[in-house]
Design a protein around this ligand. Structure first.
Ligand code: AMP
Length: 394
């Protein structure tokens, strides 16, 4: 019987899953999908590795399917898929590992309690990431579980890159720059040498441009700086998050508009970014297709902020050998990539318009001093790899 690893990524309204077969040291995707719209209009969709639909279901609004019901449905579906496999363990995406968890960890009640302490650091993600872990520890304690963190990869950042200029006591209490999207960056770092060994050994900026967006400076494959900080709201403007904002703005809103922490949270996480500036959509495809001046402004601001962060990260690295685009926008939008590349001409990047329009992977011209790439990320595979490593060692 072959081994299999299940990967779960639980958010506030969805649970995504991927099942990997583990054969002869290779992890091969068997199937994957998600249950979305939890608590509102839930729907389940599972596909095989070639994208063919395996199973679909919709629940009525009155049925109030939540995380627990979703896990039960998933278990029923996976019973069939796992008939020929032995489930060796479940790997979970967990957004915050604090300072303590610098690598993936086997889960126990004690580890879960330690991870619950980070809920105030990521209140919109961490509780949902931990919910299925708790349910499985209680309901199926015989199943091995591993937590894989979005923050761990950035623990290699030098002290200066992790520090805010605030009193030391606050820094020591954990108020520092953590960085996120680490599973995506670690995956890109792991495959870059296949494309560009010199860049993999050198200085690279990776642009993870999805609904959430950040950029990371890699030196020899290690993270040395990134645009996200204490929370996943810092850095670039995103679909609905504002990115870097003068903290004085937030004080002003509290004093002059009477906004409290929850109202500000809603503003900076859900009402800002591409959606807030355009007033139209958080979806880059919609904005690129729109003639509205406000849609153009949102895209221009997004690109302006990328341009400035690219300069900042190149400065942190002391030079640049390559840049890599990944995630929804980075992988699929030739138009956004073309504009980022044109803005980066001063850094020695010469794009190949034809290769960029085709989607890469190499999108720079042969004469370009700095190479440019479009490489699909695979956070689920990274979680499966980490899970296998932890289980093999325990
Ligand atoms: P992700 O969070 O990685 O799934 O990325 C979601 C984002 O990718 C959304 O803003 C989508 O609009 C964007 N996206 C996906 N495909 C394209 C495309 N062909 N052109 C522009 N944006 C895209």
């Amino acid at each position: 019987m072959r081994d299999a690893i299940l990967v779960l990524n639980a958010g506030s309204s969805s649970i995504k899953f991927s099942l990997f077969a583990d054969a002869d040291g290779t992890l091969g995707l068997q199937c994957g999908g998600q249950i979305e719209g939890l608590y509102t209009a839930p729907r389940f969709l599972a596909r095989d590795a070639r994208g063919a639909t395996l199973s679909e279901k919709r629940w009525g609004e009155g049925e109030r399917l939540g995380h627990e019901g979703a896990l039960l449905h998933l278990r029923e579906f996976l019973r069939g898929e796992l008939a020929d496999f032995r489930l060796s363990g479940i790997g979970h995406r967990v957004v915050h590992g604090g300072l303590e968890f610098t690598r993936p960890v086997r889960l126990s009640a004690e580890v879960l309690a330690a991870l619950e302490k980070f809920i105030p650091l990521a209140p919109l993600h961490q509780p949902h990431n931990l919910a299925p872990i708790r349910m499985l520890l209680e309901g199926a304690p015989e199943v091995a579980q591993v937590a894989c963190f979005d923050t761990s990869f950035h623990r290699s950042n030098p002290e200066l890159a992790q520090r805010f200029a605030i009193p030391a006591e606050l820094h020591d209490a954990g108020v520092r720059r953590y960085g996120f999207h680490g599973l995506s960056y670690e995956y890109i770092a792991s495959v870059l040498s296949q494309h560009d060994p010199a860049a993999a050994a050198g200085r690279t900026v990776v642009l993870h441009l999805g609904n959430g967006a950040s950029m990371c400076a890699l030196d020899g494959g290690k993270s040395v700086a990134s645009t996200m900080g204490f929370t996943a709201v810092d850095g670039l403007p995103m679909g609905t998050r504002c990115g870097a904002i003068d903290p004085g703005v937030l004080l002003y809103l509290m004093d002059e508009r009477g906004m409290d922490a929850r109202a500000i949270e809603k503003l900076i996480y859900q009402q800002s970014g591409l959606l807030g500036v355009s007033g139209i959509s958080s979806d880059m495809r919609t904005l690129l297709a729109s003639d509205e001046p406000r849609a153009r402004l949102a895209v221009d601001l997004y690109l302006y902020r990328i341009r400035r962060e690219l300069g900042s990260l190149a400065a942190a690295l002391g030079g640049l050998d390559a840049i890599v685009f990944t995630a929804g926008i980075g992988e699929n939008s030739a138009a956004i990539r073309a504009r980022v590349l044109a803005d980066a001409d001063w850094l020695g990047i010469k794009p190949s318009a034809r290769a960029n329009a085709k989607g890469g992977p190499r999108i720079s011209a042969a004469r370009s001093r700095v190479s440019a790439w479009a490489i699909p990320t695979n956070e689920e595979l990274m979680i499966a790899r980490q899970t296998r490593r932890v289980l093999a060692a325990s």
